[in-house]
Design a protein around this ligand. Structure first.
Ligand SMILES: [Zn+2]
Length: 250
């Protein structure tokens, strides 16, 4: 963890590896059973576990997480704290620029919140023009999407079977007596579905979480198990490790 290192230790580490991992998350409602930190907790746990698995081969550093993300659609639920999208993009640009100045040439964001996608995309565009380093983004649920489809109850959306299972495996505080199932209301059934894996035709529109769920959950959280979480997380972890091993060779 970079934050627990001294500057001479970072200088030494850079002689071994120029790869840094930046966890990106959010502080937003996750229903009655999961805490507000869920997305930055998960991103940080993933980052630490990836770094541990890589340790014998590649010694990456993990920066402190970006604990706030882009979550205006969750603001109807108490405790959610959102950045403006441009602020989040700026924070990512500034962190990556700092790392690049020190000599980190390969920067991997591990993202824990789907709502951050546009800000991350914008930041990656800006950084491509600005810094002498490659910047990548990994959404942990995207690299393991085939495993998620295999084991998780649909809809897969928010504080659902998938997310709760993975949180259980990662050691999150999960209040199991408060897990609820709420499939979520579609604003336009058949076209606008709260499900990451909804089949086509898909149409986009803006809505808030309050419009589609009373509890804040969209999915079947009571179906969650630590074992399912392990299966999903291990696929995501192993594929991320494989990617960074390739990156280290390039
Ligand atoms: Zn989440």
């Amino acid at each position: 963890m970079l934050a627990k290192m001294t500057w001479p230790e970072v200088e030494e580490r850079l002689k071994e590896s120029d790869i840094a991992i930046v966890p990106v998350g959010s502080t937003e409602q996750h229903g009655p059973a999961l805490p507000l930190d869920n997305d930055h907790f998960a991103a940080t746990q993933f980052a630490k576990m990836v770094a541990e698995k890589l340790w014998d081969n590649v010694k990456v550093v993990v920066t402190p997480p970006i604990a706030f993300g882009y979550s205006p659609h969750h603001m109807g639920f108490k405790g959610t704290i959102t950045l403006r999208e441009s602020t989040l993009a700026d924070v990512i640009v500034d962190i990556c620029t700092s790392l690049a100045i020190h000599g980190f040439k390969k920067i991997v964001l591990i993202n824990g919140h789907g709502g951050n996608a546009t800000a991350i995309g914008n930041a990656l565009h800006l950084l491509h023009e600005k810094i002498d380093a490659q910047v990548f983004n990994i959404d942990w649920w995207v690299v393991a999407s085939d495993k998620i489809l295999e084991v998780a109850t649909r809809p897969v959306y928010h504080a659902c079977d998938m997310e709760t299972s993975v949180s259980m495996y990662l050691g999150q505080r999960v209040q199991e007596d408060k897990l609820v199932d709420e499939p979520g209301k579609s604003p336009v059934p058949g076209f606008v579905e709260p499900d990451l894996f909804a089949p086509p035709p898909k149409v986009s529109m803006m809505y808030t979480m309050k419009d589609i769920t009373d509890s804040g959950v969209v999915g079947y959280a009571t179906k969650a198990t630590k074992e399912k979480g392990k299966q999903i997380a291990e696929v995501a972890l192993n594929r991320t490790v494989k990617f960074i091993m390739e990156l280290a060779k390039s």
